[in-house]
Design a protein around this ligand. Structure first.
Ligand code: PYC
Length: 414
């Protein structure tokens, strides 16, 4: 280790904590308890403190912040959704993201790249046209482009897919599509929440929820009982365990989603390229690595292990699009847990259990929603009323058959 680094590490002036404090004790009551130290839970804590003046808040994280979906996605941000409710919601997230490095005083490496959803069939092109029309109607920058435009913007792409797949016949092009440094989003919100007076408790598991007269009365943890009247659950793939504690039923199923990153290369891929037909998406990070993913594992499982099967399948499809990638070395693989809903939209807001608020159903689209989820859930917890941007996503929609169908706008094949 270089001497200067060691000296810096041991220097009292820079002693820990550098990002947020780790309170030694868990108090026996808080106004609000948030389950999940990912981007959503931490953002909600941040906005509760800074937008609503609610500072007596504990965030409980069973492992370390960003251990779940926040640190396991492919960092894509976009708002080119299919439904009006979805597009408006994610557009607000993009607006927040654009200013987030400044607002949180933390470099999130937010980088607008342009997002292509490639169509290989007339049916897929029709869906991209539909999305473009919804987006334009709402003032979101999206249009359908032809193969010549794709080739001009991404010269390395093989529009014929080497003859192994149907050729690319067009794409939905969304210029604001962006990437960011995903773990930094968790750190920045954690620091913001901490500065607002929130306590972040890592290595703290929820073991039960006390309900009295249909309302939340407290939370059991492996570090003791906490009295509280408000709980926000923002635990994505672990939602089924939590919902059972309050007797809620949701239609969630949990599937692993895998991704990989290659060694760094000179910058050559500016755009974010998605092919839902090939179940492939790829972008190049600011460090030069190719970050890529595929579809969900086709079975329900609560496990975050990687498979060779996934790497082989994804590599094949990446080479259909970019044949020269055959010599690229994979640096590492990982998996996250996706809590999938039947309509591919989230479940957010109030629930039939008084004081229990849910932020779930994040499937394969949670990272891009971190700021808007934090913002709208903080409002919902503070006021007891669903924020208008999330009304359509309330759990009650499944009982009333008022689904918000976003399958056509998912980047990932399912
Ligand atoms: O919805 O943009 C997306 C996405 C990318 C990777 C997984 N989901």
């Amino acid at each position: 280790m270089p001497y200067r680094l060691l000296k810096f590490g041991l220097e009292r002036a820079y002693s820990a904590p550098r990002m947020f404090r780790s309170p030694p004790t868990l108090r026996d009551s808080y106004d609000v308890v948030i389950f999940g130290g990912g981007g959503h839970g931490l953002a909600a804590a941040h906005y509760l403190a800074h937008e609503h003046g609610i500072r007596d808040v504990a965030v409980l994280e069973q492992r370390y912040i960003g251990h779940g979906g926040t640190g396991r996605n492919t960092a894509i941000i976009r708002s080119n959704y299919l439904t009006e409710e979805g597009a408006r919601f994610y557009e607000f997230s993009v607006d927040l993201y654009r200013d987030l490095s400044r607002a949180l005083d933390f470099n999130l490496f937010y980088s607008e790249r342009g997002h292509f959803t490639l169509a290989h069939t007339p049916a897929s092109l029709r869906t991209q046209r539909w999305r473009a029309e919804v987006n334009k109607h709402l003032g979101i920058d999206s249009e359908v482009v032809d193969p010549a435009f794709i080739k001009e913007t991404i010269p390395e792409i093989d529009l014929t897919c080497g003859g192994h797949q149907p050729p690319i016949v067009g794409a939905l092009y969304h210029p604001p599509g962006a990437i960011a440094r995903h773990d930094a989003v968790a750190w920045a919100y954690a620091r913001g929440a901490d500065q607002g007076g929130v306590e972040i408790h890592q290595q703290t598991s929820v073991t039960g929820i006390e309900i009295a007269d249909g309302k939340v009365a407290g939370v059991h943890t492996d570090r003791g009982f906490i009295k509280t009247r408000k709980v926000l659950s923002a635990v994505a793939g672990w939602t089924p365990q939590i919902q059972r504690m309050v007797g809620l039923r949701t239609p969630l199923t949990v599937h692993p989603l895998q991704a990989l990153v290659t060694e760094p290369y000179k910058p050559w891929l500016d755009a974010i390229v998605v092919s839902a037909s090939l179940h492939t998406y790829v972008s190049q990070s600011s460090r030069g690595e190719l970050v890529a993913g595929a579809s969900l594992d086709p079975y329900e499982l609560t496990s975050m292990r990687s498979t060779l099967d996934f790497a082989e399948g994804l590599a094949g499809h990446m080479m259909d699009l970019f044949p020269f990638l055959g010599h690229v070395n994979v640096l590492r693989q990982w998996a996250g847990l996706c809590d999938m809903t039947p309509d591919f939209s989230p479940i957010m807001g109030t629930t039939p259990v008084g004081g229990f608020y849910i932020d779930a159903g994040w499937g394969t689209w949670g990272f891009k929603a971190s700021p808007v989820c934090g913002y709208t859930m903080a409002h919902t917890v503070a006021t007891g009323e669903d924020h208008e941007l999330i009304r359509a996503f309330n759990l009650a929609r499944f009982g009333g058959f008022e689904l918000v169908g976003e399958k056509g706008a998912a980047s990932v094949g399912h």
